[in-house]
Design a protein around this ligand. Structure first.
Ligand code: ATP
Ligand code: MG
Length: 332
């Protein structure tokens, strides 16, 4: 089977709708067709300040949400990044073959550091894409399911894999991004020019999967729409309405043209009412399932221990081969 690998940050507690539609939904689908590795990337979370107790709780919460979304530990390898020390180890090697200018071109760092103030941004935030390269290459991944915002980082991964292979001999599989175009970028409901984001969205523009369903419905009803009245998919002219159509289409399984036909002669209010209902039907059982997993932390931790063991077996082999190729003297 081809390999898939992806990770999600435990930064904010709840996953948001962009995470789910852009990434987690694909994680669930790829369990069927790939030897899939999914992890909660706590090493990435500390690139911005974190409270230790919250980080620990949010890590379990992220795992519970992945299970609630449909990951099955019998059909994929689910683990926490810091449980597999090879990530940090290969990350260092990757740092040493990355150009400073090359790393400086990563637009996510530019955006995120501009928001925090460049003096506050950490070196970890700067080099996080390089750690992400290691995350992917350790598992010899073929496919990396992510949202559009990660495309540049997967491109960097491909470049570094090819560079290493060229210098030291075939070592890494060169991965490809697995991006589902329609849902690759879900937008902030209050600011449909920006992506919905854990760290950058306004609370009203961010649909957290673990919000009270009532809150979710309210956020949808107060979503920014566009001038005019027609319900039509047009990302340039009608970004707000188009975003709502994308979400409704994906969650309901109705194509966008069918939705457009159904809303002919109806106003934005009808679209929002329907979407609110579909969302509430989706998040209500999701919240319940997440809570059930959280209520049994022993089982959760045991499952993570098994996942880390499976992950380490693969990661250790790749790291050993990398160390050998690069010329490190083997430890006797
Ligand atoms: P931050 O903005 O702090 O980086 P995030 O919202 O991007 O947080 P991550 O944990 O970094 O959350 O991303 C997890 C996955 O969700 C990634 O594959 C990312 O590409 C995807 N993703 C994030 N936001 C969106 C979005 N608005 N639309 C589609 N996919 C998204
Ligand atoms: Mg992100």
């Amino acid at each position: 089977l081809p390999r898939a690998l992806s990770g999600i940050q435990p930064t904010a507690g709840s996953f948001h709708l962009g995470n789910y539609l852009g990434a987690v939904r694909q994680y669930v689908a790829l369990q069927e067709t790939h030897d899939a590795f999914y992890m909660v990337v706590d090493l990435h979370a500390i690139t911005v300040p974190q409270d230790p107790a919250e980080l620990r709780a949010n890590t379990r919460l992220a795992v519970a949400q992945l299970l609630a979304a449909g990951l099955d530990p019998h059909r994929c390898t689910l683990f926490v990044q810091s449980h597999v020390p090879e990530h940090a180890q290969l990350g260092w090697v990757m740092n040493c073959i990355t150009g400073f200018g090359e790393a400086s071109r990563m637009t996510q760092f530019k955006d995120k550091s501009a928001k925090q103030g460049t003096d506050r941004a950490t070196v970890g935030l700067f080099t996080y894409p390089i750690l992400q390269v290691a995350d992917i290459l350790l598992y010899q991944a073929d496919a990396v399911p992510v949202g559009e915002d990660q495309r540049q980082h997967i491109e960097l991964t491909r470049d570094l894999a090819e560079r290493f292979n060229g210098r030291f001999g075939e070592t890494f599989t060169v991965p490809a991004p697995y991006i589902v175009k329609e849902v690759a970028k879900i937008y902030d409901l209050q600011d449909p020019a920006s992506k919905m984001s854990k760290s950058a969205s306004t609370p009203k523009g961010l649909i957290n999967l673990l919000d009270e369903p009532k809150v979710t419905a309210k956020k949808i009803k107060s979503a920014v729409t566009d001038t005019g009245t027609e319900i039509r998919f047009d990302a340039a002219e009608k970004p707000g309405v188009s975003n709502l159509l994308t979400i409704l289409s994906t969650l309901s399984g109705t194509s966008i043209p069918d939705l457009e036909r159904g809303y002919e002669g109806k106003g934005y209010g009808a679209l929002k009412t329907d979407l609110a209902e579909v969302m509430v039907d989706f998040v209500t059982p999701f919240r319940t399932r997440t809570q059930e997993y959280l209520d049994d932390p022993e089982t959760l931790d045991a499952l993570l221990a098994a996942g880390a063991e499976k992950a380490r077996a693969v990661a250790a082999e790749t790291l050993a081969q990398t160390y050998d190729r690069i010329g490190f003297l083997p430890a006797k």
